[in-house]
Design a protein around this ligand. Structure first.
Ligand code: FES
Length: 152
């Protein structure tokens, strides 16, 4: 869910407030509900947890598992660990970059997010990728983008 009303979020987090939620719990619940933690939710979390907005921001930006932007429709993970590097993942990353996807920064384009990861457990089929949780072996930029477009 990527659209929400502030009232809905306040209502959901207020249920947590009966149990005096920590900032972490409130941020996790926000991400469960919305798929990410928008900046507009920071004040709501701060109010519910009775802490400053700065404190909420600090926790949000410290943990990389929190997303600050709406997730893409398709998540592509490209392995950049040793086995995949030994058979061309660096060239694969360069090819994706030429297509407009920087896996190091997690570019989102046309509803597709490309992110780097470190070993997908599919080393035998390096270079490996994963598209919305589905493994893709012997990956090329073309095969990744074709699979990503098919997954939309
Ligand atoms: S190193 Fe790439 S899948 Fe294991």
């Amino acid at each position: 869910m990527t659209t929400y009303s502030q009232d809905m979020l306040i209502g959901e987090l207020s249920r947590l407030s009966e149990h005096k939620p920590g900032v972490m719990q409130a941020l996790q619940r926000t991400q469960e509900l919305l798929g990410y933690v928008p900046d507009t939710a920071l004040d709501v979390v701060a109010d519910v947890c009775n802490v400053s907005r700065a404190e909420v921001y600090g926790v949000l930006t410290f943990y990389s598992d929190f997303r600050r932007n709406a997730p893409a429709d398709v998540i592509v993970k490209v392995c950049v660990a040793e086995s995949c590097q030994s058979v061309g993942s660096r060239e694969l990353v360069d090819d994706l970059h030429r297509e407009g996807f920087d896996v190091h920064t997690g570019t989102v384009r046309d509803g597709i997010a490309c992110e780097q990861t470190f070993c997908l457990g599919n080393c035998a089929l390096s270079p490996a990728a994963m598209i919305n949780g589905k493994p893709l072996g012997r990956a090329t930029a073309a095969s990744i983008l074709a699979a990503a477009k098919a997954a939309k």
